[in-house]
Design a protein. Structure first.
Lengths: 197, 207
């Protein structure tokens, strides 16, 4: 009986110490990792889809409250008017969450471009959502009034071959970004005004 | 059995260097050694985990009940692996992206658990430290060498850095007319190069 209790106690104490120190580590490393992702993954992706913008969209970003969450919003200036917002979004893919950025043209309510940023999809299949520019190019210029879907589900986006789940997840993510854009539109306009762009 | 601390350290560097002498821990050995910098980065990450888990297991070896020792070791190892993963993501993001899934896979690296079970749980903290450091650095040079050979044959150059501290940049070592053999940096090339290095290691007697 004594041995039994000892086993339980040792395992419990070990788990508590390990869990506690890891949660401290997360607080310490979390913001640094976010910075790295911003500089090395999201930043280049956003600059790439807004490569004709007059400003640096990564510099001109603000945070906005959506319910409990704080979201990053990036602003793009085209022809002197700050008419483009980039929303971040994520949806469950085949591996883990697929993170993406969605650039919405506020003037004519269409997409300026999307890009997949973080993912754990299968290399060569699902990973093509990020690696093959022609997939993301399908979204460019599309109106955001109707939700996106893959052709199998009656939508307009051709799925990547062998990666329907990934393609579907990207559509879901884009739809989620559009939904939160529609919901937050008044605040977004206010914030952009306040930036004086 | 009274081996000196120095010999516990040096055995990992040559006589028991894990991938070459023991042919252990081959998953990262074959997977990440497409370049010298990835090999060294992976090796150093593993060294850190090995060192920390050896120290902690050695300290706790009288407390941990024999029946649940493997579970305890795994908790300790997994904790340090997450530490490495988070720190690498925070400070060396590009290396983190290159190594990908192989960082979390250090948890199941048989060398780490093997040293905890076979050595650290039976020896004092000083010897365990020497053992972990020796085996880890042996693993690092083995991965670095394999990566260097593959990168050399596959691209003709050696370029990279270790955590931004040490840089190296040797372009076209074999001259501009050298045609890179892309096979060496692909997965099958890993087996061939590892086999050739094993052969070379066996030509040099261990004693």
């Amino acid at each position: 009986m004594g041995e039994m209790i000892k086993m339980v106690v040792v395992l419990t104490v070990l788990s508590i110490v390990s869990g506690g120190s890891l949660s401290w580590l997360k607080d310490f490393a979390g913001p640094k990792i976010e910075n790295q992702v911003m500089n090395l993954v999201k930043g280049p992706a956003i600059r790439n889809i807004l490569n004709e913008a007059d400003n640096d969209p990564v510099e001109d970003r603000f945070k906005i409250k959506d319910g409990e969450e704080e979201k990053n919003v990036f602003v793009g200036v085209f022809g002197g008017a700050a008419d483009t917002v980039v929303m971040e979004s994520a949806a469950s893919g085949y591996g883990d969450k697929i993170g993406m950025v969605v650039a919405i043209n506020m003037a004519d309510e269409s997409l300026r471009g999307i890009a997949v940023t973080t993912h754990k999809e299968t290399p060569g299949l699902g990973a093509m959502a990020k690696d093959d520019p022609s997939f993301a190019a399908q979204f460019v210029g599309q109106s955001i009034t109707a939700p996106f879907g893959v052709t199998n589900d009656g939508g307009s986006i051709s799925a990547l071959s062998g990666a329907t789940i990934t393609s579907r997840a990207v559509c879901t993510g884009v739809n989620a970004a559009i939904e939160s854009y529609n919901k937050l539109k008044p605040q977004l306009e206010e914030q952009i005004q306040a930036m004086g762009k | 059995m009274a081996k000196s601390i120095a010999s516990e350290f040096t055995k990992g560097l040559w006589n028991e260097v894990p991938p070459f002498r023991l042919v252990l821990g081959l998953c990262p050995v074959l997977g990440v050694t497409t370049s010298m910098k990835n090999g060294i980065g992976m090796g150093l990450a593993t060294t850190f985990v090995l060192l920390c888990s050896n120290v902690l297991v050695s300290l706790l070896r009288k407390v941990i009940p024999a029946k649940v020792r493997i579970a305890c070791f795994i908790i300790i190892i997994a904790t340090f692996v997450i530490v490495v993963e988070q720190m690498m993501a925070a400070f060396a993001y590009n290396l983190f992206m290159d190594l990908g899934v192989f960082i979390p896979l250090i948890v199941v690296n048989c060398i780490v658990l093997g040293r905890a079970e076979a050595f650290a749980s039976k020896n004092g903290i000083v010897k365990s430290t020497a053992d972990g450091l020796g085996i880890g650095l042996g693993f690092t040079w083995a991965l670095g060498l394999l990566g260097a050979v593959r990168e050399l044959i596959g691209t003709g150059s050696l370029v990279g850095d270790v955590f931004g501290v040490i840089h190296w940049d040797f372009q076209n070592i074999f001259g501009a007319s050298f045609e890179p053999l892309g096979f060496a940096v692909q997965a099958p090339g890993a087996f061939v190069v590892l086999g050739l290095l094993l052969c070379a290691m066996n030509l040099i007697p261990s004693k």
